[in-house]
Design a protein around this ligand. Structure first.
Ligand SMILES: Nc1nc2c(ncn2[C@@H]2O[C@H](COP(=O)(O)OP(=O)(O)OP(=O)(O)O)[C@@H](O)[C@H]2O)c(=O)[nH]1
Ligand SMILES: [Mg+2]
Length: 239
């Protein structure tokens, strides 16, 4: 299965790929790792394919005399034209994706590359410590990825180790029952809208399928693996 790890800048994609790949290996799976981020300096893990062997944001800046944003856009044009290898020998292929999610998602690169892999899903990471109660925007962003890439997308709340038990329980409550938002303070128009949106979005992201994890400590990795198994079974492969 090909797993694209997506998420806003700094949400923990690279650390997740590093530690989740080690977890999968320790569970006996054969894992391959692909880096699609031409801007990363040191991803900190062993790679089976690295886009930086073709180009980097820095090399494009020098070559074309561009600033960082222009070079990132150019790098996405080149990424769209790159033939990314398929590793048929692996149980799981993990794809680390560019730190700048927008050009990957909203230009051709993401759609072209992701659609080239049949057996696939996306994990959309959010930084729980930054999101706190702003779960609606996280869901909407994950939904945007789902629609743009036309690929089953699991919303994953990362950096759970940075929250205390009470905060974790609060987030879980909101996931389970959006009305619990109301219990914290009197509803204003924005909160009423949040509740309605959360209720609708639960159709796409059922609470049971929104793991709270830590890419740092490995908490929640087993939950993600269970979800991946479920997705595989739903696709008809019961092996
Ligand atoms: N405490 C904690 N820190 C984390 C966790 N995941 C990532 N981090 C830290 O968050 C920072 C960003 O992590 P990265 O893995 O580089 O995030 P990224 O999404 O790959 O970042 P970009 O590729 O630059 O967008 C680093 O300092 C990580 O050590 C986590 O679960 N818990
Ligand atoms: Mg990264």
């Amino acid at each position: 299965m090909n797993i694209f790890v997506l998420g806003p800048a700094g949400s923990g994609k690279s650390l997740f790929v590093k530690n989740f790949s080690a977890y999968l290996s320790s569970e006996g799976y054969k894992v391959r790792i692909i880096n699609l981020d031409p801007g990363v300096l040191d991803p900190g893990y062993r790679l089976d394919f690295d886009i930086r062997s073709k180009f980097t944001v820095e090399s494009i800046m020098r070559e074309m005399n561009l600033g960082p944003n222009g070079a990132i856009l150019e790098s996405m044009e080149r990424l769209a034209k790159t033939k990314v290898p398929k590793f048929e020998d692996a149980d799981y292929v993990l794809f680390d994706t560019p730190g700048q999610l927008e050009p990957f998602l909203f230009r051709d690169a993401g759609r072209i590359i992701v659609s080239g892999f049949y057996d696939r899903c996306c994990l959309f990471l959010g930084d729980l410590s930054a999101l706190k109660m702003n779960l609606v925007s996280f869901y909407l962003y994950a939904l945007t990825a789902y629609y743009t890439l036309e690929t089953e997308t699991i919303a994953v709340l990362n950096k759970a180790d940075l929250l205390d038990e009470k905060e974790i329980e609060e987030v879980k409550n909101i996931l389970r029952d959006p009305n619990s938002l109301l219990m914290r303070k009197p509803a204003n128009l924005r909160e009423e809208m949040d509740i309605e949106l959360l209720k609708s979005l639960r159709g796409f992201f059922p609470p049971k399928r929104v793991p709270l994890i830590s890419a740092k400590t490995g908490v929640g990795f087993d939950e993600i693996l269970t979800i991946l198994h479920e997705i595989k079974c739903a696709c008809g492969d019961l092996t």
